[in-house]
Write a protein that binds this ligand. Structure first.
Ligand code: ATP
Length: 441
């Protein structure tokens, strides 16, 4: 994990947020390479689950929403984590995390049961002090809309993108008349005031979600649920996550939200342990019913042909971009070879690699090589866009750098190029080299 965090920073993938001012816990900034990777991951999601299907629609809702949304969804009342305070220095911790760190399986436990265990097992704070009372802490960030900061102007930064989908369900039904089943997808920011952000970007306070609400006739949910689980597994595999590192956790009754009849968490074996990468939940008609009650607007769908009316049920796949990027980086990163040949390589799928080609002249101080290399670079850049120029250091150093950032092919222009028009193409994954004509690239 440390190697990956260090690579992310050293090579311009992910930096700690506001680092120049000492940082802000739980926030991260994407550097140039990380941003390219993030865009490619989110584009892949969109291509796979929206563009390549005929039953999917996209939305991009506002982050700030009417606070009634979060009352109706239950977030104001219940979107909370258990918090416990160090009695001496008032530092705050996630109660369940302290117990998990002590080897306790907290699944299904109430706040009181967890607090009792802290006493029973004599668990102290990480600073070795007594722990105080436990309470639930609501994770929504609040702000005020407009110039007056009072209770009537409170708004929340959305803790999930899903509600922006539900609130637009009716708009999409009325404007696009989709056949049931159909789905709405959204990719965007979500904010959670996590008590203790940790494990790099895994638990951040500001992160991106890729979410789908798939609306269906309740009689079909079981089959569709299985299809979504299978669909996500094959997508994750296509992004390089090994099959044996992803696991379906059938969330037990006591841990599931009361309205969900079935939830599967797809977990990934991160270097920091097996943890939730994403969730797929059958949410029944809970959300649309709540909106109907709270807004007084009819959320029924009229079946084409029969005119039968029903409130669709929903299957919700939800995945965080950062948790996925972390899983992709962990899957792609390998250290191989011995002695001088030892190297660190990011074996990203070609479609995700920030740069597709790196172009360089063998020697930087030979104008004839540089000018030919510049021509090849310009041609590739015009064709592919994500092509990088590198003439720093010696060729070995360049290869090492491109291996670390996952560039699949390095193209080198040397003296032979000037004679016969061939160039060296070096392959990232096995360090093999071939000579091809420029036109064959
Ligand atoms: P956890 O139990 O790990 O806090 P959760 O069950 O609360 O996660 P959901 O509410 O199901 O998470 O959110 C859907 C997805 O959003 C998660 O599976 C994860 O990929 C992502 N996600 C949730 N919280 C965070 C966070 N703090 N930082 C990064 N990604 C997150």
């Amino acid at each position: 994990m440390e190697e990956i965090v260090s690579l992310c920073k050293r090579r311009g993938f992910i930096f700690p947020g506001s680092e120049v001012y000492g940082g802000l816990a739980g926030t991260w900034d994407y550097g140039p390479l990380g941003l390219m990777l993030k865009r490619k991951v989110e584009e892949s999601f969109w291509r796979t689950f929206v563009e390549s299907r005929t039953d999917m629609y996209g939305v991009d809702a506002a982050i700030l929403m009417n606070p009634k949304v979060w009352v109706a969804s239950g977030h104001v009342a219940t979107f909370a984590d258990p918090l416990i305070e160090d009695k001496e220095n008032q530092k705050r911790y996630r109660l369940d995390h302290l117990l998990e760190d002590a080897g306790v399986d907290v699944k299904g436990m109430t706040l009181e049961q967890m607090r009792a265990l802290i006493t029973e097992k004599k668990i102290k704070s990480p600073d070795g002090n007594e722990l105080g009372e436990a309470r639930l802490f609501n994770m929504m960030f609040t702000t005020h809309v407009g110039p007056v900061a009072d209770d009537s102007s409170i708004a929340y930064l959305r803790p999930e993108t899903a509600q922006g989908i539900f609130t637009n369900y009716k708009n999409i039904v009325d404007t696009l008349y989709p056949d049931l089943p159909f789905g709405i997808a959204q990719v965007g920011k979500a904010f959670r005031n996590e008590i203790s952000p940790r494990d790099f970007v895994f638990r951040s306070r500001e992160f991106n979600q890729m979410e789908i609400e798939y609306f269906c006739d309740p009689k079909d949910w079981e089959k569709l649920f299985e299809e979504w689980v299978a669909g996500f597994h094959s997508w994750l595999e296509s992004l390089g996550l090994p099959k044996d590192k992803t696991h379906d956790l059938e969330v037990p009754d006591e841990d599931r939200a009361h309205y969900s009849k079935r939830t599967i968490d797809i977990e990934f074996d991160y270097p920091v342990g097996r943890k939730e990468l994403m969730g797929i939940a059958y949410r029944t008609d809970f959300d649309l019913m709540n909106i109907q009650k709270a807004s007084g607007k009819n959320m029924e769908y009229t079946m084409k042909g029969t005119n039968e009316k029903l409130i669709p049920h929903v299957i919700e796949p939800s995945i965080g971009t950062e948790r996925l990027i972390m899983a992709i980086m962990c899957s792609a990163y390998v250290e191989e070879g011995e002695g001088e040949k030892r190297r660190a390589v990011l074996k990203l799928p070609e479609e995700l690699a920030p740069y597709r080609f790196c172009v360089s002249p063998l020697l930087k101080n030979k104008p004839e090589l540089v000018s030919r290399a510049r021509e090849v670079f310009a041609e590739l850049k015009a064709k592919y866009g994500n092509v990088v120029w590198d003439d720093n250091g010696n060729i070995g150093k360049r290869y090492a750098k491109q291996d670390e950032i996952g560039t699949p092919k390095c193209v080198v222009i040397d003296f032979e190029t000037l004679e016969d028009g061939t160039i060296t193409v070096r392959n990232r994954d096995d360090a093999s080299q071939v000579r091809v004509k420029v036109a064959e690239l």
